[in-house]
Design a protein around this ligand. Structure first.
Ligand SMILES: NC(=O)c1ccc[n+]([C@@H]2O[C@H](COP(=O)([O-])OP(=O)(O)OC[C@H]3O[C@@H](n4cnc5c(N)ncnc54)[C@H](O)[C@@H]3O)[C@@H](O)[C@H]2O)c1
Length: 276
């Protein structure tokens, strides 16, 4: 039997990571849009990988459990890549919280229960989580440790406390980083590791929706004036994932890695700093 990888989110970032880290494995690709899952599965199979696509909804525990059960038919799950998500221009506040915040938390929890010893996972957060000002320590702890089914009832996530979809996305991505810290303790009990990667602007269909959305000029200005002077590529995100998921990353767990061409640095201390 082969070792099995679960890939959620059949987008550009997910595929790039799976291509770096999934050779020789059975890769189960889940996406809310089954056409995306099947398309990425076909591209990868025609490039020598062994994948199958299936429909799965990150915002549903039942759907996550169904995907895990399907994956276990092929062997033991040793790798997880979560690159499913919706962006501020694609979805409502409610959907962003349900998919990016709650869904990610449930996936980390459920995969953490069955990940094989020596297993490893990465989940894609975002620079947006780094840009939002610090929360109170109690709020961070709530995001990290509140039982998954109670997360969406937290006061800070109620309608009056969230300004717009960007704010919801920032909170969801901050929550991803905090959940990874808390989950790394449980994953560690199994001899497994889990980390998050926070990309800046990476050219993918999701980012193209942002470029063409209401904050398009803001994003274009951001990559033009960040230290790198350009947006990033999914393959550069996969470089980081490859390190984290390999033996070379064996002492790294519960951590988050910002890869944004310096945009966050410039936002705080350089030309991208918002005018007071
Ligand atoms: N592209 C960027 O600039 C950027 C920057 C920071 C973070 N991210 C994050 O990276 C992750 C991957 O995004 P991408 O840029 O590769 O985009 P993408 O559009 O290429 O892929 C995202 C995939 O997630 C799927 N998806 C959406 N809702 C889902 C759900 N409920 N259940 C299962 N699948 C669902 C979509 O159908 C799509 O195939 C997201 O979490 C996103 O927030 C992207």
């Amino acid at each position: 039997m082969k070792e099995v990888m679960i890939l959620t989110g059949a987008g550009q970032i997910g595929m790039a990571i799976a291509r770096r880290t999934g050779y020789g494995m059975k890769i189960i690709i889940g996406d809310k849009n089954p056409e995306n899952a099947n398309e990425i599965s076909k591209i990868m199979n025609e490039a020598g990988f062994d994948t199958i696509g299936m429909e799965m909804d990150l915002s549903s525990r039942a759907s996550i459990l169904k995907m895990i059960a399907q994956a276990q038919n092929y062997g033991s799950i040793t790798k997880m890549v979560n690159a499913a998500g919706v962006s501020p221009s694609q979805a409502s506040i409610e959907t962003i919280l349900r998919v990016d915040l709650y869904g990610t938390a449930v996936l980390l929890e459920e995969v953490g229960k069955i990940i094989a010893p020596g297993g490893v996972g990465v989940t894609i957060s975002s620079q947006s989580g780094h840009r939002m000002p610090a929360l109170a320590p109690e709020e961070d702890e709530q995001l990290a440790c509140t039982p998954t089914e109670e997360l969406l009832q937290l006061k800070m996530l109620q309608p009056g406390h969230i300004r717009d979809t960007l704010h919801a996305y920032q909170l969801a991505k901050r929550c991803n980083e905090k959940r990874v810290m808390a989950e790394s303790v449980r994953w560690g009990d199994k001899g497994a590791r889990i980390n998050s990667i926070s990309p800046g602007i990476i050219v993918t269909p999701l980012a193209l929706d942002e470029f063409n959305g209401p904050r398009g000029d803001f994003y274009k200005n951001m990559f033009a004036r960040c230290p790198a002077g350009r947006p990033g590529t999914a393959d550069e995100v996969a470089n980081v994932a490859e390190l984290l998921m390999s033996e070379k990353g064996s002492f790294i767990t519960g951590a988050d890695f910002l890869i944004d061409g310096g945009a966050t640095a410039s936002y705080f201390y350089g030309p991208l700093k918002p005018e007071a």
